[in-house]
Write a protein that binds this ligand. Structure first.
Ligand code: S3P
Length: 176
């Protein structure tokens, strides 16, 4: 079994496939998979939607930062998928880019917009023009996503191929 020296952290916009690709990678590498949004929901006991509607985005970001930092520091060799906005925290960013293997799932915004058109579980997109919101988020976030060690364009490839490509890159970087 591959011995990973660091966590593998999947980043990118909502809808880029962090959770499903993360699960595939973790199964193939036989590593633990952690989805940080799920961990936030478990810890707080309500859905992400409800956290946003009851307490607001600012409170969500505080909870998100605290929970993600704890997860990143408490594991080694796990596959971890982060919420699309979490890298706006300087502390998360510093930790992810200095200590872990980061994988950016890069995806055309038009494809994301189609996938997320009727998304009910993404509070930032509910009752909004999806294309417009995504490009606003992209303008703020792409500069952070770009700092990842591994870039994988997931726009047009099959999940199986993407998974294989990412695993190849992980093995190469883990050896160095
Ligand atoms: C968010 C992305 C979501 C979730 C929350 C906010 C964002 O996670 O954390 O709705 O700011 O982009 P996914 O990227 O897993 O959808």
């Amino acid at each position: 079994m591959l011995k990973l020296k660091k966590n593998i952290v999947l980043i990118g916009h909502m809808g880029s496939g962090k959770t499903s690709l993360g699960r595939n990678i973790s199964k193939l590498l036989k590593k633990k998979f952690i989805d940080t949004d799920e961990e936030i929901e478990k810890k707080i006991g309500i859905s992400i939607n409800k956290i946003f509607s009851e307490y607001g985005e600012k409170k969500f970001r505080e909870l998100e930062e605290k929970i993600i930092l704890k997860i990143l520091q408490g594991h080694i060799g796990s596959i971890i998928s982060l919420g699309g906005g979490s890298l706006e925290s300087v502390e998360i960013r510093n930790l992810v880019f200095k200590k872990h293997i980061s994988v950016w799932l890069k995806c055309d915004l038009s494809i994301l917009a189609k996938r997320l058109k009727n998304a009910k579980k993404r509070p930032l997109l509910i009752n909004k023009d999806t294309t417009k919101e995504l490009s606003k988020l992209d303008a703020k976030r792409v500069r952070n996503y770009e700092k990842s060690i591994i870039h994988c364009d997931v726009s047009k490839k099959q999940k199986k191929i993407i998974t294989e490509e990412i695993i190849k890159d992980i093995i190469r970087i883990n050896e160095n």
